[in-house]
Design a protein around this ligand. Structure first.
Ligand code: GTR
Length: 418
């Protein structure tokens, strides 16, 4: 083989080829047919919720599991949790604070992660939002008692994180992304976990959750096994194992922003103990339709984040047309549970329109259960949420989580997700 051809082939196999520039022109969106959630891969029509569950839901689920996010390889050997800190009068008496260390054990290897939990005082059984944070539990609040994570942390000068370690300097730096006071005032609790404690977000499979499950000499997951998003989703379920047994919690709504929105959606699809799911600006590999190839594409995401998806997903880089599913079917896997998808106007990389269409196309599955989704005649007017069992809003502004977003989630949860 010629050396150049060899290099090209190797790079292509590794998914590391330079990618085409992102398209932001609606007239250049390719024509594509939307895979029908209600027609099986073999062409059979689905007419009711029972047929959906027996014939269609499973095959879609298995496709996402094996070809996109990747399978969890095995069961854990041991699970444990310990409340390591508690204060019943935290945040000026507004909340009970608990910090819980969860221990996961497999093949004599252990991984610990910490849940920070605030529950509103005066509400015996509270609904709780569960969501990962990007840089540590201590970044979501200026509460001086919140433990700083030890795990690898991505450097970020704005957030005062260097040498890949969080320190006191970054306490409270992400408070604006979590309306904790308002949640507590409205009777909601918050549970949050630093996602890097489950799997550090770097293209390295030697650490984090994956490594617990390796056979001797194994260094990375098998082709159809989990990437980081599936590992993060699995971590949310392990947090749920604790939360569902806390007698002060009525139900848990799983939430995530951006890459962690992708993880929240997959957690919602894989674990029906989550009574509701919120995807905030999750974009490519989250709520957005792949086949529109608008903004970030499969090629871009596999190239920049080779560790996020299953290895088997690489074959769809720049080949969206051969993918027999699309992300509205991921949303449909959450039916009939309440689901909120939110976009931001300036977040074009995440394809806001693709996120909206996805909610519309998933709605017919909600319809099978008599639940209202997003009508085909609905239009995503900026800052005008549409809230049914499925909900959507297009916020003005950038890729972020804002107080506006949380206000909408709480209003919706009051009616649909408590
Ligand atoms: C980007 C990535 C997006 C989104 C985002 C984030 O770089 O391309 O898919 O996940 O990061 O998580 O902030």
């Amino acid at each position: 083989m010629k050396p150049l051809l060899f290099i090209l082939l190797t790079l292509t196999t590794l998914g590391l080829m330079a990618q085409p520039e992102a398209n932001y022109d609606e007239t250049k969106v390719p024509k594509f047919s939307v895979p029908d959630p209600l027609t099986t891969f073999s062409g059979e029509a689905i007419t009711d919720s029972q047929e959906w569950e027996e014939k269609r839901k499973l095959e879609i689920y298995q496709f996402f599991e094996k070809q996109i996010y990747g399978k969890v390889p095995a069961l854990l050997d041991e699970y444990s949790f310990k409340v390591i800190e508690q204060d019943n009068q935290a945040l000026e008496g507004k909340a009970q604070r608990k910090q819980i260390t969860v221990g996961l054990k497999k093949n004599n290897r252990t991984l610990n992660f910490n849940i920070l939990l605030y529950l509103p005082n005066g509400n015996e059984k509270a609904p709780v939002f569960l969501g990962y944070n990007f840089h540590g539990n201590h970044t979501v609040t200026d509460d001086p008692n919140v433990i700083i994570p030890e795990a690898w942390n991505e450097n970020n000068a704005d957030l005062k994180i260097s040498s890949n370690k969080a320190t006191e300097a970054s306490r409270g730096v992400r408070m604006h992304r979590w309306s904790i006071d308002k949640m507590l005032d409205n009777g909601y609790g918050l549970a949050t976990v630093y996602y890097g404690e489950i799997d550090p977000d770097k293209n390295d499979f030697s650490d984090g959750l994956h490594s617990l499950f390796y056979a001797e000499e194994q260094t990375k997951p098998k082709t159809n096994e989990w990437g980081s998003i599936a590992a993060w989703a699995y971590g949310l379920s392990r947090a749920m194992d604790y939360l569902e047994n806390d007698t002060n919690i009525s139900n848990v709504i799983v939430f995530g922003h951006s890459r962690l929105g992708k993880a929240a959606l997959w957690a919602g699809a894989t674990d029906d103990r989550f009574s509701g799911v919120i995807s905030n600006n999750s974009g490519c590999g989250g709520a957005a339709l792949f086949k529109r190839k608008f903004g970030e594409t499969i090629g871009h995401i596999n190239n920049s984040f080779p560790h996020w998806f299953s290895e088997s997903f690489k074959k769809y880089s720049n080949k969206e047309e051969i993918l027999p599913v699309d992300q509205h079917q991921l949303l449909a896997l959450i039916a009939p549970r309440p689901l909120y998808v939110a976009s931001a106007v300036e977040d074009e990389w995440a394809d806001p329109k693709g996120e909206f269409l996805s909610t519309q196309y998933a709605s017919k599955v909600y319809g099978l259960y008599g639940k209202k989704g997003i009508d085909l005649t609905d239009f995503p007017e900026t800052d005008r949420p549409i809230q049914q069992t499925m909900a959507y809003h297009m916020r003005s502004g950038k890729h972020d989580v804002t107080a506006y977003d949380w206000d909408q989630y709480m209003t919706w949860a009051e009616t649909f997700a408590k």
